[in-house]
Design a protein around this ligand. Structure first.
Ligand code: ZN
Length: 364
């Protein structure tokens, strides 16, 4: 090749780059089409980390399924949105993906520090809750006692959250919504689990946000756990919640209009960096009054196969029985959540809950 033709080739390449720049100012995509979900499902176990410096923010792909946005303007809120910690819970992944795409497209202003996490991508590809271990039992260090992909991923997720909160301004408000969908139906299709707060008060601002987001019920957790929301709540003092948004369905089979309220409130939170000022008034609050334990192989719950969470019973109803024990419902209206008997002896077969008044909660 002569010098002239070499120069022509080089100038054509330069022209090509220039033209592409003109067509799309962000031709050097961090994530193709700004579609984190498609990218992550195509790279389920690993992706090389990289950062792009934009006029309005530094945007980093930390690992596959994990994107961090640091706006150039001072932010007063550090917000974590996680979805797909259970791989088959696709609706929240689709919702968060669309919100992130709009942020990256600059169709939605991002005024908060934002960390987006898609949890279990290999399981998502298989349409399964998990591959080997339920990831939402692996946080607050529980992953260190296990081996395999899910414990490693849980450790990575913990680190990305710990770094994210630590790197933010000390006074920034820390918020984490861990979005899920449930296996079974529920009397309240949208509800949250409020992690056990030990001595801290409940947040009336967050209860207002949740009500505005279409959440109908709040279950107050009564003990330390190894869930992701408890990790952010207890170890990082965040306002953190496990948010259940209806029932499981496959990718593309979700009716996202059912999530229009939380779609709106999350977008408002991200763009305005503000929570709704209206306090909750309707939201139902339940506290745990008993834990049902599978104590024998013949342990059974006297409920229908299509039992819905928060279904209540008459006082005296024999709810469970085994050759070692039985459980009688204490009070009219006491309800059951998360029933499950397909587990080893000694594990939790369900939680008995009782409604308490919203006004009675210790809130700030
Ligand atoms: Zn889940």
């Amino acid at each position: 090749m002569g010098l002239n033709s070499k120069l022509t080739t080089i100038s054509l390449m330069a022209l090509n780059i220039l033209t592409r720049r003109q067509v799309c100012p962000e031709d050097d995509f961090l994530i193709e089409q700004h579609d984190l979900l498609a990218f992550s499902l195509a790279n389920p176990t690993h992706a090389e980390g990289k950062t792009q410096d934009h006029e309005w923010a530094d945007i980093s792909l930390l690992e596959t399924g994990i994107v961090r946005i640091e706006p150039k303007q001072d932010a007063t809120i550090s917000l974590v949105l996680s979805a797909g910690i259970h791989g088959n819970e696709t609706a929240p992944m689709e919702l968060v993906n669309q919100i992130l795409k709009d942020v990256l497209d600059m169709a939605l202003t991002c005024s908060v520090r934002l960390l987006v996490i898609f949890g279990n991508l290999p399981a998502a590809n298989l349409g399964q809750r998990f591959i080997e271990i339920n990831m939402n039992r692996l946080f607050s260090g529980a992953w260190k006692k296990e081996e395999g992909f899910e414990p490693q991923r849980a450790g990575l997720i913990e680190k990305s959250i710990a770094d994210f909160f630590a790197d933010g301004p000390q006074e920034a408000q820390r918020i984490h919504y861990d979005l899920h969908t449930a296996i079974r139906g529920s009397k309240y299709p949208k509800f949250v689990v409020y992690p056990y707060l030990h001595e801290r008060p409940y947040s009336s601002e967050q209860l207002g946000f949740l009500e505005a987001s279409g959440i109908e019920a709040v279950l107050l957790s009564h003990q330390s756990t190894t869930t992701l929301s408890y990790f952010s709540s207890e170890l990082h003092q965040a306002d953190a919640f496990t948010v259940e948004l209806g029932q499981v369905a496959g990718f593309g089979q979700n009716d996202l209009t059912k999530l229009s309220e939380i779609n709106k409130t999350l977008r408002h939170l991200i763009s305005a960096s503000a929570l709704p000022s209206k306090a909750a008034a309707q939201i139902k609050v339940f506290q745990v009054i008993d834990v049902l334990n599978k104590d024998a192989q013949d342990y059974q719950l006297n409920i229908d196969a299509d039992f819905e969470n928060f279904t209540s019973f008459d006082a005296g109803f024999k709810l469970s029985q085994s050759n070692l024990s039985h459980y009688l419902v204490q009070q009219e209206g006491d309800a059951l959540v998360f029933p499950n008997t397909k587990l080893p002896i000694g594990q939790r077969a369900g939680l008995m809950v009782r409604e308490v008044s919203l006004a009675a909660l210790n809130q700030v």
